[in-house]
Design a protein around this ligand. Sequence first.
Ligand code: SAM
Ligand code: SF4
Length: 330
Amino acid sequence: MLGAMLTDAYARKFSYLRLSITEKCNFSCKYCLPEGYKPSAHAPEPELSLSEIRNLLAGISHAGFRKIRITGGEPTLRPDLLQIIEAASETPGIEIRALSTNGWNLRSISKKLKLAGLTHLNVSVDSLDRQRFLKLCGRDSLHLVLAGIEEALALQFAGVKINAVLHRDSAQSELEHFLEYVKSRPLTVRFIELMRTGERGEYRDRHFLSAGGLKLHLLARGWKPLERELSSGPAHEFYHPDFSGRIGLIAPHSDGFCESCNRLRVTSQGKLKLCLFGEKDESIRPFLQSKEVALGLDLRIQQLLVQKPGAHFLSEGRTGGARNFSVMGG
Ligand code: SAM
Ligand code: SF4
């Protein structure tokens, strides 16, 4: 029997797990891993194995989770990514199987992702300008990423989204480029406010722009806010009758952002994080050694959920344990 949804002290229900499957990354985004991925100096704990991930999937499905996002680091660097997606597809109850990727090899793998049972795809594209993309992400790969997105659109995933991190100096021109881009493409481009992390606080302060200005701009140009669906996540989306695609804004610094939180996170080493910016994490790896034991995760998560804070303290500069987002998948 599939379980009822877990609930926290603020009556928020949890049905969405973001699972990082690796900390490794092949890009060096300025706000995340500006020097590229460097393995930890002290012997790192190994990544969760495929068998541990299978048990995790059984456990969270039993606990009422219906959506999983595979993230990283760069999840496509894991050789068993397709098997992980297949495992999620074979798990009863996990109806939405999403992937976040920087898109470097999307062109060659999107068909395989679809066949493995992936339903939703988020691709990070911070700029549609080749030079700026290179400057922000450390790779001259914009053309490859965009070709991968075209391929994914042709395959008709249930949802394809682009994530673009907002930067003060380029937001206006990126908005214009992306509006042009979504004119004929049925996908959502979501602008994300730059968030403070332990390692990149100074970068964030230099480049941060609130999404509020973009919202006013969109409204003035005839864009209308969409009703929010339960699984649509933290974005406020806008539509326009003359455009095939949509624009979304993710504004974690705005009031009430945490009220609709429906997600938990598990790191690539099996640590449960109640909040992206939470101080604490708890290893659930001991639960992942057999399917039978994993079915007890619902009780453990429910006990831990009592400690989930009502909101993050980002506006007070408190980033909790978030060194950078490659560790727990953003
Ligand atoms: N490598 C994949 C990618 O880039 O999509 C998945 C992991 S990445 C950490 C997930 C998302 O977090 C990306 O859309 C990235 O732009 C976003 N991100 C990383 N650091 C961020 C920050 N400091 N503020 C806002 N978004 C951030
Ligand atoms: Fe890698 Fe994604 Fe971080 Fe960029 S945002 S460095 S692609 S993990």
